[in-house]
Design a protein around this ligand. Sequence first.
Ligand SMILES: [Ca+2]
Ligand SMILES: [Ca+2]
Ligand SMILES: [Ca+2]
Ligand SMILES: [Ca+2]
Length: 309
Amino acid sequence: MISSPATAFRRSAFTLAAVAVAVAAPARGDSIRAVSGFTSVASGNATTGNRAFIETGFVGTSSTLTAADIDTFKSGTLVNSSGTYNWNDVVPSDFGDGNLYPQNPDRGDTATPFPSENLGGAKLSEVFEPKNLAYLLDGESDVSWTLDLRYAPGMGVFADGDSSTMELFLLERGANSILGVQAIRTDGSLTDAVLLNFRTGTGSDYGVARNGGLTDYELDTLEIDGAQAVSGIGLDLGAFGLTAGQAVIGYRFFAQADTPSLHFDGPDFLGFVGTVHAQAVPEPASLALAGIGAAGVAIAALRRRRNDV
Ligand SMILES: [Ca+2]
Ligand SMILES: [Ca+2]
Ligand SMILES: [Ca+2]
Ligand SMILES: [Ca+2]
């Protein structure tokens, strides 16, 4: 149970171990599912070219998500040891295997270059808006970072209380890393953290269940010299402790430097994030006004009752 990985995780390896145990609560296990039957289509080279999502299922449920079900995020912020980057800031990258930058924009070797590559990097908007399965943020295992992705202002996704339907799914290049996720509530507060282990198969690593399911493709990017498998994990919002009708306006993704007790192993975070379509959600301000209004009515009723006596 943490409210801010940036502060909570800074403390010690002991904190990390405690988080790993806390998020392994079995009650939420069926809210986290490996992708299955994942299909996509390449244009150009199969492992290095542009690729588009078609459809995926999830292990243990018949629910699926197709390309038509998928929305994109409209804003976000990356914070890493190089700096803080908003949606249309250029995040630096060497576009090679130099590991000069933590969590740097990367792409399939022959995929369409990012518009800002001539500026020495790529914008978050360029990585996350095109829905290209060959775009990603390449991670390193010795760094910490947080990435917030948000829906358009006033928009969000509601928890449906149904763990068989996935509201979000994520992909990781390599099927060899752990990624932290928190949901952002309408008032901006963060839920408990969930740790996702993109390694496939049974068992666990550092107390984090293996939840990855292989997609139908391998990806070879500028950062690496050969193709690696891409794995995916779906989430029902119940994984964050949210109940039916509660809304989120985005998510915080994070990784930390590896410690003896927990190896994030530098998640390579795919720019394609599958999220169901956002809907209008109550603004915190109107919620607060509604609360004040309800309190006012209650006080008035109390006064009336007192006056009646
Ligand atoms: Ca890198
Ligand atoms: Ca659901
Ligand atoms: Ca990886
Ligand atoms: Ca390569």
